[in-house]
Write a protein that binds this ligand. Structure first.
Ligand SMILES: Cc1cc2nc3c(=O)[nH]c(=O)nc-3n(C[C@H](O)[C@H](O)[C@H](O)COP(=O)(O)OP(=O)(O)OC[C@H]3O[C@@H](n4cnc5c(N)ncnc54)[C@H](O)[C@@H]3O)c2cc1C
Length: 295
């Protein structure tokens, strides 16, 4: 498997569990490079448990075939490494296929264009042609395409009366490995890179009764909070049901509800979603002690 982004990790783990011997070959030191290192580490440990060979910091150089045996030759820390394989799956990224459908005849794409250009109302250069989905990016997910489809359809039909700018503020990112990684807003890596002031609140699922009884007591809830407030800047969840836990935070962020509101909402016991409330509790505890004078 060439590439260890979401698709490489998901399909690599899938094929390993179906019985294939899988090598995941990638250039960076961690899988899922857009995710925080602690999140990637949890996934990596499970990929290893599934018997996957993790070839980090391997730069593919060339392929060879000799007597029917395919080999990928990589550069790894100054040395040449040879990896034999029978099937190769390339998961190094996707670009939209723009050619051959007549878009060039309409003047909507030029030589070298990687995606279809639209304005913030999802309109192309032609006033009666709107676009949505992978072909325009910037977030290539099914839910992003469906979100854009609403704007494209409404602006196309009723744009002369009222137009809506597409809103990308709260796009969920989910990787369906086992365990899953789900994220919304910024993560720690992005906050540090962009110099965004933040506090980190973390609750580990090995403390959560439902995760323990489900034999899934690994992963965490990590919330980035604006210093001095309960405003949620971003959330990274790692766990077997991480994607199902995310909408509570998505709702909170979209509707400007902070951690106090999540803490003040009763969650049923024993559920995985209780972890969200416990994370809010981790944030609240030192602050409550301070305000009551209790140590
Ligand atoms: C392996 C993989 C796993 C993924 N997993 C997820 C995931 O878990 N969650 C998620 O949100 N996203 C996932 N994605 C991304 C998701 O599939 C895309 O973002 C989404 O399908 C984009 O929708 P779309 O309608 O823009 O394009 P598409 O779903 O690609 O639809 C385009 C359609 O247009 C048709 N078409 C193309 N040319 C023509 C033509 N000339 N005439 C007529 N029809 C044509 C195609 O056949 C296709 O049916 C994954 C992608 C891949 C490759």
């Amino acid at each position: 498997m060439l590439g260890a982004g979401a698709i490489g990790c998901e399909l690599g783990q899938c094929f390993a569990r179906l019985g294939s011997q899988v090598s995941l070959v990638y250039r960076k030191p961690q899988v899922l490079t857009n995710e925080d290192l602690d999140a990637a580490k949890v996934v990596e440990s499970h990929l290893l448990e599934d018997g996957i060979s993790l070839c980090a910091e391997h730069t593919p150089v060339r392929f060879e075939t000799s007597d029917g045996q395919h080999t990928l030759i990589c550069e790894h820390m100054g040395t040449e490494r040879r990896i034999d394989f029978d099937q190769l799956l390339v998961a190094t990224g996707r670009t939209p296929n723009l050619q051959g459908f007549g878009l060039e005849n309409l003047g909507l794409i030029k030589q070298g264009d990687k995606q279809l250009e639209v304005d913030e109302y999802l309109r192309t250069e032609l006033p009666n042609v709107f676009a949505c989905g992978d072909v325009i990016g910037p977030y290539r997910f099914t839910h992003a395409a469906s979100h854009q489809a609403w704007y494209a359809a409404v602006n196309g039909l009723f744009g002369q009366l009222k137009r809506f700018k597409v809103d990308y503020s709260y796009i969920p990112f989910t990787t369906y490995t086992s365990p899953e990684v789900a994220r919304i807003g910024i993560n720690e890596k992005q906050a540090i890179d962009k110099g965004i002031p933040h506090e980190v609140v973390k609750y580990d699922l090995d403390d959560l009764d439902r995760a323990i009884t489900d034999e899934a007591a690994y992963g965490f809830v990590k919330v980035l909070v604006k210093p001095g407030s309960d405003k949620i800047l971003g959330v990274t969840l790692v766990g077997e049901h991480a994607a199902e836990m995310l909408p509570e935070f998505a709702l909170a962020m979209k509707h400007k509800l902070g951690l106090n509101k999540i803490l003040g909402t009763l969650h049923a016991y024993p559920t995985i979603n209780e972890a969200n409330r416990f994370a809010a509790g981790v944030w609240k505890t030192p602050r409550a002690s301070k305000s009551t004078g209790l140590a």
